[in-house]
Write a protein that binds this ligand. Structure first.
Ligand SMILES: O=P(O)(O)O[C@H]1O[C@H](CO)[C@@H](O)[C@H]1O
Ligand SMILES: O=c1cc[nH]c(=O)[nH]1
Length: 239
């Protein structure tokens, strides 16, 4: 049994959804899955397994940031997980995005974390699994949801350290990077290391440059949309 996910392999599904927030994991499990079992409570890294349209699906909390999600991903690999879909929130880097819009992350640049640096002169940027993001996009269109596809940045900072960080984000924004969050580069790198399938879907909770945050109801609307989209794709790809 791994150290931080106190579960047996048989308790975790092949398909795992990955919210950062434990309350989101609980909400998604209780409101979207049937026959739900809680398999992990340690450190409030809640993990649930249930069924959606007859398909076994787990929802595993990752915590915030690259170190936390990296522990969880390594342990999910030990527990036999094969398909990993992050369901997170993010800060938009452009006014073209509205609160509760959805983003499908094709790739993740990094700021502050060395996740994409394989060796001194070797930077990699593993992409999302194409079949997953293709189907996620189709699900969003079919369900008439506002969706954007592109690059994001995974940052070690939620609160910008200094002006230099804001300048970095502005440069990324000028190059078309849509939003910042704190885990996806770890997900895509660890998935590449083990040959797992991975994708990230985010809902916009903040606008970084004007420092505005959507109210809780709006963020919840985005979470509900995002979960509907992801479970529609799970049904199409694995049903
Ligand atoms: O809402 P979650 O999935 O936690 O994702 C985002 O929210 C947290 C910061 O508030 C970070 O984990 C960031 O990546
Ligand atoms: O990392 C994050 C997540 C949500 N909102 C932000 O501004 N940053």
């Amino acid at each position: 049994m791994p150290i931080h996910i106190e579960a047996e392999e048989s308790e975790v599904a092949d398909i795992v959804l990955l919210p950062g927030n434990p309350q989101r994991a609980k909400y998604m499990a209780e409101n979207f899955l049937e026959d739900v079992e809680l398999y992990n409570e340690y450190r409030e890294m809640y993990g649930y397994t249930g069924k959606f349209n007859g398909i076994d699906v787990s929802i595993q909390t990752t915590g915030m940031g690259v170190p936390s999600i990296s522990i969880i991903l390594e342990e999910l690999k030990m527990l036999g997980a094969e398909t990993l879909i992050r369901v997170g929130t993010c800060g938009a880097l452009t006014q073209d995005l509205d609160p509760a819009d959805l983003i499908i992350a094709q790739s993740a640049a990094t700021s502050g974390t060395t996740m994409n640096q394989l060796e001194e002169d070797l930077i990699i940027a593993p992409p999302a699994d194409f079949e997953l993001i293709h189907n996620l996009y189709q699900s969003a269109l079919n369900l008439d949801m506002p969706v954007h596809v592109g690059e994001i940045v995974t940052s070690d900072y939620f609160y910008g350290k200094d002006d230099n960080y804001t300048e970095q984000l502005k440069k990324l924004s000028e190059r078309g990077v849509l939003a910042a969050e704190m885990e996806t580069a770890a997900l895509y790198n660890i998935a590449a290391k083990y040959g797992l399938r991975a994708a990230t879907v985010l809902t916009v909770s903040d606008h970084i440059f004007d420092q505005t945050r959507a109210d809780k109801e709006k963020i919840q609307e985005g979470v509900d949309r995002m979960t509907d989209m992801v479970l529609d794709t799970v049904t199409t790809v694995f049903g």
